[in-house]
Design a protein around this ligand. Structure first.
Ligand code: ATP
Length: 608
C-alpha cells in the first residue's frame, strides 16, 4: 500500500469518535493490506514501531525533526531556514500541521508503507557519531517522497505524537471484522459469530502480547492459523488481574474452598527463562530485565537449563530487620543507572505466585492447585510463622505465603495478620481456576486493607485535563487535574473527579511538565467529561487516587453510558501516587469496577 493511501485512512480515523466506527475503518484499512504489511500498519496506528515489550520507542526531538524538514525543503529559499521553522512551529503548535503546510513532498508520493516503516525502524536504531546527521537526511528523504497529508502523520509519528486513540481492544475488534463483513440480514447471528471470532483473536493476543504478529497470522492463515500462537519464552503473556470482594464470607460464597495468599506491594515480574537466558517483564509488559540483576542470576541458578515462565512480586528487603520495605522504598530500585550500587543498598526478594510454563509445556491452562504444586517443586517453600519471612535467608526467590481454606473466619484472621504486617491485603484464588491471561475475573479476588471511613480501595484514573493553579499554586501552573475511568465497551474515558491534593509541590511541577507535553486544543473524541478543564490533555497518564466515598453525580460522565441520568463521582479525592509507569490508560479502573465499588460501599454502610 502506498503510504499516502495509509495516511488517508489515518486522516479519516483521526476525526472518528466511536470505537465501533474506528474499528470498522481500521478493518477496511487492514483488508487493503497484504499479510506482511499488516504488522507495520498495526504498530504505526498505535504510534509504535514494535510491540511495547520490544522497547523500540519513537520519540525524536523537535530540533531534529525541524532540521529534517529544513533539509527536505532544500533550496526552497527562506521558508526552509530553521530559525523560521522554529517560529512557525511555535505559531502552529503541532509539528504535523507544520509539516503538512510546508509541502515538502509532492501531491502523490511514491513511497509505500513497508518502505517507510523499515526506514523508520533503521532511523530509530542508528546511534553513535554521525548518526544524527544520517537520521536527519533519511527523514528528509521520506518527507520528500510523500504527500503533504502523509507528512502530517510522519512528523507526528516520529515525535511520538500520533495519538489517534486506537487502543488494543479496537485493534482486536478490527481484526475480527476483517473476517466478517458488515451484518447481513441476520444481525443477531452476525453478533454471535463476531463475538466468537473476537475471543479467538483476543486469546491469541493474550498469549503473545504482539498485535502485529496476531494480525499477520490472521490475515495469512485465517482464524485456524491462530492456534499456532502459543505461550513462548521471551514473549510476555498478558497478565491475569483480580476482581474485588468485600469480606472472607463473600469470597467463600463465590469460590468455595480457596487458596489465599498475601497481596504484596512491589513490582510484578513475569520472568522468562530459557537455559541461561533470562528476561523479565513488568505489569504493562515492558522489559525490565536490566533493573533486577539479582533476579536474573538467581533464576539462572535455580532453573539451570530448564525453560520456565513464572510470576512473582519483587519487594525491597531490609535484612537487618528481616522485613520488606514499603513500596515507596522498593520503587527507588527503578532506575537506569547505578543499578548494581542500588541493588546492594536495597536487595530484593521475589515472592513467586504462579507458574505458567515449565520444561517446554504450557502450564497456565491447568488448575491453580496443580500449578502451585509444580511451583513448590521449583522454588523454596518456607512456611513462615507470624512475622517470619517467606524467603529463606540467602535466597532471592520463595513461594508466596499461602493458606487453603473453606472457612470465612480463617480468611479474616489471615487478612488481619497480613495487614498487621504491613501488606496490602490478600488475594484469594480459585483452586481449579486456569491462569486467565489478560483478563480480570473472579479466578483471583483481592480484598484490600480498608481505610477507615474511606472508599475500600484506591482507583486508577486517567488524566484528561488540568486546571491552572490559584493562590499559592499559581507559581506551579497547576492547581488540580481532571481524572477519568475507562469504559472498555465504548473505548471512552469518562470523567469522575477533579483532584487537587495529594502531591508535593515538586511532584505537581513534574506532573504539569508531563501534562504539558500531552496538551491538545480540544477534548479528544474518546473523552467524555462533565467539567471543562483549563487545558485538555491526551489520555495517557494514570494516577492512583484515594477518596472518602463514591457518590452519584449529575456532573460526571462515569456510569452514564447505559443511559443513566447520574454518573459517579469521587468525594474528597487525593492522589496517592504520581504518574504510574506500570499502567497504560486502558488499564485504568473501569466503569464496571466503579459500579462494583459503589455496591461494596453500599453493603458496608448497611453492615455498619
Ligand atoms: P493494584 O493497583 O491494586 O495493585 P492492579 O490493577 O495493579 O491493582 P490487581 O488486579 O488489583 O492489579 O492486583 C493484582 C496485583 O497484585 C498483581 O498485579 C500483582 O502485582 C500483585 N500481587 C501481589 N501479591 C500477589 C499474589 N500473591 N498473587 C497475585 N498477584 C499479587
Amino acid at each position: 500500500m502506498k503510504f499516502d493511501t495509509f495516511s488517508e485512512y489515518l486522516s479519516r480515523m483521526e476525526g472518528t469518535a466511536g470505537r465501533l466506527e474506528l474499528a470498522a475503518q481500521l478493518s477496511e484499512l487492514l483488508r487493503g493490506l497484504t499479510p506482511s504489511e499488516t504488522p507495520a500498519a498495526l504498530y504505526m496506528v498505535q504510534g509504535q514501531l514494535l510491540p511495547p515489550f520490544a522497547g523500540e520507542p519513537m520519540g525524536m526531538a523537535a530540533r531534529l525533526l525541524l532540521r529534517a524538514m529544513e533539509r527536505a525543503l532544500g533550496d526552497q529559499g527562506e521558508k526552509g531556514r530553521s530559525r523560521d521553522l522554529d517560529a512557525l512551529l511555535a505559531e502552529v503548535g503541532d509539528p504535523g500541521l507544520l509539516a503538512e503546510r510546508l509541502k515538502m513532498g509532492r501531491e502523490h508520493g511514491h513511497l509505500d508503507l513497508s518502505g517507510i516503516y523499515e526506514a523508520l525502524l533503521e532511523i530509530s536504531r542508528m546511534s553513535g557519531s554521525g548518526s544524527q546527521d544520517e537520521k536527519i537526511s533519511r527523514l528528509a528523504k521520506l518527507f520528500q517522497g510523500v504527500s503533504p497529508l502523509s507528512s502530517r502523520y510522519l512528523a507526528r509519528f516520529v515525535m511520538g505524537r500520533l495519538r489517534l486513540g486506537i487502543g488494543d481492544s479496537t485493534i482486536v475488534d478490527a481484526l475480527a471484522r476483517t473476517l466478517l463483513l458488515s451484518p447481513a440480514e441476520d444481525e443477531k447471528a452476525w453478533k454471535t459469530e463476531m463475538k466468537r471470532i473476537r475471543q479467538r483473536v483476543e486469546g491469541a493476543y493474550n498469549l503473545c502480547s504482539d498485535l502485529g504478529r496476531v494480525g499477520e497470522v490472521l490475515r495469512r492463515e485465517g482464524i485456524e492459523g491462530l492456534r499456532s500462537i502459543r505461550p513462548s519464552v521471551g514473549y510476555p503473556i498478558r497478565m491475569a488481574l483480580c476482581e474485588r470482594l468485600g469480606s472472607g464470607a463473600e469470597i467463600i460464597e463465590k469460590l468455595g474452598r480457596a487458596a489465599v495468599e498475601s497481596k504484596y506491594d512491589g513490582f510484578r515480574c513475569q520472568i522468562h527463562c530459557d537455559g541461561s537466558h533470562v528476561r523479565i517483564f513488568s505489569r504493562n509488559l515492558e522489559e525490565t530485565t536490566g533493573m533486577f540483576p539479582e533476579l536474573v542470576s538467581e533464576a539462572r541458578a535455580i532453573l539451570g537449563r530448564r525453560t520456565a515462565i513464572f510470576e512473582g512480586e519483587a519487594l525491597g528487603y531490609d535484612g537487618e530487620n528481616d522485613s520488606y520495605h514499603p513500596f515507596q522504598v522498593t520503587i527507588t530500585r527503578k532506575r537506569k543507572h547505578n543499578i548494581l550500587e542500588k541493588s546492594e543498598e536495597i536487595p530484593l526478594k521475589c515472592l513467586v505466585f504462579d507458574l505458567l510454563y515449565l520444561d517446554g509445556e504450557t502450564i497456565m491452562e491447568r488448575p491453580f492447585s496443580e500449578r502451585r504444586r509444580l511451583l513448590e517443586g521449583v522454588f523454596p517453600v518456607h512456611r513462615p510463622k507470624f512475622s517470619e519471612r517467606e524467603v529463606p535467608p540467602d535466597h532471592v526467590f520463595g513461594a508466596s505465603r499461602l493458606i487453603e481454606t473453606d472457612d470465612p473466619h480463617t480468611i479474616d484472621l489471615f487478612f488481619d495478620e497480613v495487614v498487621e504486617e504491613g501488606f496490602e491485603g490478600i488475594i484469594a484464588k480459585r483452586l481449579d481456576g486456569v491462569y486467565t491471561a489478560g483478563s480480570r475475573n473472579f479466578n483471583w479476588i483481592k480484598l484490600k486493607r480498608s481505610y477507615k471511613g474511606a472508599l475500600s480501595d484506591t482507583v486508577d484514573l486517567v488524566l484528561i485535563g488540568y486546571y491552572r493553579g490559584k493562590g499559592l499554586r499559581t507559581r506551579l501552573g497547576i492547581g488540580a487535574v481532571l481524572g477519568a475511568v475507562f469504559d472498555p465497551e465504548s473505548g471512552r474515558y469518562l470523567s469522575i473527579a477533579r483532584i487537587g491534593s495529594g502531591l508535593t509541590e515538586e511532584k505537581w511541577k513534574d506532573l504539569r511538565e508531563m501534562l504539558d507535553d500531552l496538551r491538545v486544543p480540544e477534548p479528544p473524541p474518546t473523552v467524555r467529561s462533565g467539567l471543562v478543564p483549563d487545558f485538555w490533555v491526551y489520555p495517557k497518564i494514570v494516577v492512583t487516587v484515594l477518596a472518602d466515598e463514591l457518590t452519584r453525580s449529575p456532573v460526571h460522565q462515569a456510569g452514564r453510558s447505559e443511559g443513566e441520568e447520574e454518573g459517579y463521582a469521587l468525594r474528597f479525592p487525593r492522589m496517592v501516587s504520581g504518574p504510574r509507569a506500570d499502567k497504560g490508560p486502558e488499564e485504568a479502573t473501569t466503569v464496571s469496577e466503579i459500579r462494583r465499588l459503589f455496591e461494596l460501599q453500599r453493603q458496608r454502610s448497611l453492615r455498619e
